[in-house]
Design a protein around this ligand. Structure first.
Ligand code: UDP
Length: 253
């Protein structure tokens, strides 16, 4: 089921629907499928799309994940000498590696960009201070937010919901590797149905996987819409930022 309603190519660009967006990008978008680490061509691909989107005048803040390098939960099994909390901090630091790569990729394309981290590391990046981040955005800078929330046991989805609310973004744009929210995992179940829209309640009731429950709850409590869409499709980030319907809209229903 396609939900795209983007304008034909010969129409002049429409006024963007949103003033400010929070884009959540998973670490896996920085590598080819199934790989780990950072592939700069993949980072540049994302950076190009984010830059195009920002060129329409929409203020763009990006929360970056770290799953291409490390997720804290992988050390949970109890057979590791790394404490789980340490592992989560390692995961947060992984997001900083990605943030540094994304900052330089955006800069190499000519974007004005600031990396801010929730864990202070002043020689590497600015500390995340809400008012300062907001000011950067007002000035048209792309703000890359790394180190998640700065606290263990949550993921960068939750960080994205948190920052979207703090920065008063109009929408949380969650870029994933599938086309949106499905009734089941589309990578293992070919019968899975892609939803056009889904309510926060149905999302939680059906235990859908596109986003963490904690992040959904934060958005639901504050009526912040979430658009889940496929970052692998060229132009999708731009379409989403402009408010064109791609993927699945999660809202109050
Ligand atoms: N993390 C954390 N607190 C946060 C954000 C992230 O402890 O506020 C850790 C957590 O272990 C997580 C890892 O950092 O697994 C990397 O983030 P995430 O898994 O969300 O990355 P993504 O899947 O989006 O690439």
């Amino acid at each position: 089921m396609s939900t795209e309603d983007s304008p034909p190519e010969d129409t002049p660009p429409a006024k963007p629907k949103y003033r400010r967006v929070l884009l959540k990008i998973s670490g896996e978008s920085f590598v080819q499928a199934g790989q780990r680490g950072i592939a700069m061509d993949a980072v540049l691909h994302i950076a190009r799309q984010a830059r195009q989107a920002a060129e329409h005048g929409v203020q763009v803040a990006i929360v970056i994940g770290g799953g291409n390098i490390l997720r804290g939960a992988q050390f949970k099994a109890g057979n590791s000498s790394i404490h789980e909390v340490t592992a989560h901090y390692m995961g947060m630091l992984a997001t900083v590696l990605n943030g540094l790569a994304l900052q330089d990729a955006l800069e190499s394309l000519g974007s004005d960009v600031r990396l801010m981290t929730a864990i202070r590391m002043d020689v590497v990046a600015e500390p995340y201070i809400r008012r300062r981040a907001s000011r950067h955005l007002d000035k048209g800078r792309i703000v890359v937010l790394a180190a998640g929330t700065g606290s263990p046991f949550v993921t960068t989805d939750t960080a994205a919901a948190q920052r979207a609310l703090e920065l008063e973004a109009d929408v949380l744009l969650k870029a994933t590797r599938v086309d949106g929210v499905y009734s089941d995992d589309p990578e293992t179940n070919p019968e899975a149905v892609l939803y056009d829209t889904v309510s926060y309640d149905d999302f939680r009731r059906q235990n859908l996987r596109a986003m963490d429950a904690e992040a959904i709850t934060k958005c639901a409590e504050n009526n912040l819409p979430i658009l889940v869409f496929n970052f692998r499709k060229d132009g999708n980030i731009e379409q989403a930022v402009l408010g064109h319907r791609v993927g699945t809209l999660v809202g109050s229903g």
